[in-house]
Design a protein. Structure first.
Length: 391
């Protein structure tokens, strides 16, 4: 008798329990693409007790279809093709956050709309109708993500020889004028509101049972223009208090998948996001205050902004605390990202050029900055023209 493991042949399939996903899963190879890479069909069930039997039954039925010759690569649905593309290709090429973002777009916008149609039968008009329907319910950026995912999948399918033409070619995306869901107007925190934030930072911690221990970071965001993920991923080793600077070299993101959430430290958004930020007096004061609060509460953490366990904040918890903070001190809550907008707006109103502001914000190029803050730049032009009256 030998303990030698018998290798399964292609088409036998496998059933297993995925610990990270907490799901019973089954997979089976139903063929190969034009480059000889396997095409995999996946099944899953969140039912811990009966999930094994559920996916095993699905696998058995699928194998029966294969034996009868009912499963062909040309007959694969868009859903099956995207799932295979995500797990066999995309997962190996992109950041974990990008992969989960694509999974979210797939499940939220494609899976239950056109996903059950065959990959080869979907036409340009099908994708155009999907996009047209989305413009009544979603903002342009969300629609662009749906289109982008479909376009990448179909480009892959054309490259692999699975289809001859990309049906995304010629699809027209809505602009801000035709989309019923308008982008929110960009707003700022006033000078009075930022003064109230500063008052609340000390009042909340020292007079009200040490609430909002991370509140000094609100002014840190306002005075550095960092993105929230960059702040939450900031470690003390990236901060140089003696030379009044900090380096942005990482970002913390919370990713969701299969009902679970986890925080991961990843690379910044773009190459331009890697940057050194000079610290003004207020930023230094707030960093020292954060250090002081950690010492008071006996917290030893590598993260600048952390919870009582020394772990980094999740973005949702941080936003929730800031909203409650604003309500407590009579400040209109305009969102965390508005602190970054306020930083940029004040720089422009004090005569700082677009190139410099773009670098401080970590934008890919100044055109992005100019497009976002065009209204403020127009205001500055009007002021400059009006100055001519006094010359």
């Amino acid at each position: 008798m030998t303990n030698k493991k018998i290798k399964r042949d292609n088409g036998d399939g496998s059933v297993f329990f995925s610990e990270p996903k907490q799901k019973w899963c089954a997979k089976i190879q139903y063929g190969t693409d034009t480059h000889g890479k396997p095409l995999i069909k996946y099944f899953s069930s969140s039912d811990i007790k009966k999930g094994k039997q559920i996916v095993a039954k699905k696998l058995k039925e699928y194998k029966k279809q294969m034996l009868l010759g009912d499963i062909y690569v040309n007959d694969i649905t868009l859903n099956d093709y995207i799932e295979n593309w995500l797990n066999s290709y995309q997962k190996l090429q992109v950041k974990e956050t990008t992969f989960y973002r694509d999974c979210t777009v797939f499940s939220g916008h494609i899976k239950y709309t056109i996903g059950n149609k065959k990959l080869s039968e979907i036409k340009n008009i099908d994708i155009q109708r999907l996009i047209d329907n989305e413009k009544d319910h979603y903002a342009n950026k969300t629609i662009e993500k749906t289109y982008s995912l479909l376009n990448r999948v179909y480009k892959h399918a054309v490259k692999m020889g699975d289809i001859n033409k990309n049906p995304c070619d010629g699809v027209v995306l809505p602009n801000v004028h035709t989309n019923l869901i308008k982008p929110k107007d960009m707003c700022e925190y006033t000078t009075q509101e930022t003064e109230l934030i500063k008052v609340g930072i000390y009042d909340s911690f020292y007079n009200h049972s040490k609430l909002y221990r991370a509140s000094p970071s609100y002014l840190l965001l306002l005075n550095t223009g960092m993105r929230l993920g960059e702040l939450l991923g900031l470690k003390w080793e990236m901060v140089d208090l003696n030379n009044c600077m900090l380096k942005v070299v990482a970002t913390l993101e919370t990713i969701s998948g299969n009902g679970n959430k986890k925080k991961i430290l990843t690379l910044p958004k773009t190459k331009s996001s890697y940057r050194t930020i000079a610290l003004n007096k207020t930023s230094l004061e707030m960093l020292c205050e954060l250090k002081k609060r950690n010492d008071i509460q006996g917290i030893n953490s590598e993260y600048v902004v952390c919870n009582l366990k020394g772990e980094p904040f999740s973005d949702n918890n941080y936003r929730r605390d800031f909203k409650r903070f604003c309500e407590r001190y009579g400040i209109e809550y305009k969102g965390i990202h508005t602190l970054r907008h306020t930083f940029a707006s004040r720089l422009f109103r004090n005569g700082i050029d677009v190139q410099t502001v773009s670098k401080l914000l970590g934008h890919h190029n100044p055109t992005i900055t100019q497009n976002i803050y065009i209204h403020i730049l127009e205001e500055q032009k009007v002021k400059a023209i009006n100055l001519m009256d006094s010359i």
